[in-house]
Write a protein that binds this ligand. Structure first.
Ligand code: ZN
Length: 167
């Protein structure tokens, strides 16, 4: 006698990811047969992503959104906070802190090996910075920096030049 065998079948449709510059472009990429939409790096998308995912979910499309919830300063990254609040299910994944081995919940930005100051731009394109997974206790975001002071002095000099032009 043959044992009944468990069988599973999977129907999968493989498709290429479509890069988008603005969240609104996603609306034009779905059609009435679309069942699932996966959105990666959602922290970089504009605020319209909130209405786009609601629009998709209301059309019975399963929407899976992935992204980094906190920026390097430890503040909500883009629309991620609102996306997480409006989602039915949220899974927070954690890395391991590179300093102490605890659960890492933060991204430590390092510039030339040193913690990046709070004033540095949230999205740093093409820079020489690196990132490390860190826990809350090991995460460092120094306020104020030499760079900021130099910028302040430069701005004051510009303002002075502006004023002198009208005096
Ligand atoms: Zn740590």
């Amino acid at each position: 006698m043959l044992e009944p065998r468990a069988e599973a079948s999977v129907v999968a449709t493989r498709t290429e990811a479509q890069p988008v510059g603005h969240a609104g472009e996603i609306r034009g990429l779905v059609n009435p047969e679309t069942d699932v939409v996966g959105i990666d790096e959602a922290q970089f998308l504009d605020e319209e992503i909130l209405s786009v995912v609601q629009w998709l979910a209301n059309r019975n499309v399963r929407v899976i959104v992935a992204g980094t919830d906190l920026d390097f300063r430890g503040r909500p990254f883009g629309a991620m906070g609102d996306l997480m609040a409006s989602a039915e299910v949220v899974d927070k994944l954690h890395a391991i802190c590179t300093q102490c081995g605890d659960l890492a919940t933060r991204n430590q930005r390092l510039i030339d090996g040193e913690p990046a100051p709070a004033e540095s731009p949230i999205i740093h394109v093409g820079g020489a910075e690196t990132y490390e997974a860190r826990c809350r206790r090991c995460h460092e975001v120094p306020a104020g920096s030499r760079h900021q002071t130099e910028l302040d002095i430069e701005m004051e000099a510009d303002a002075w030049a502006e004023r002198t032009r009208y005096w």
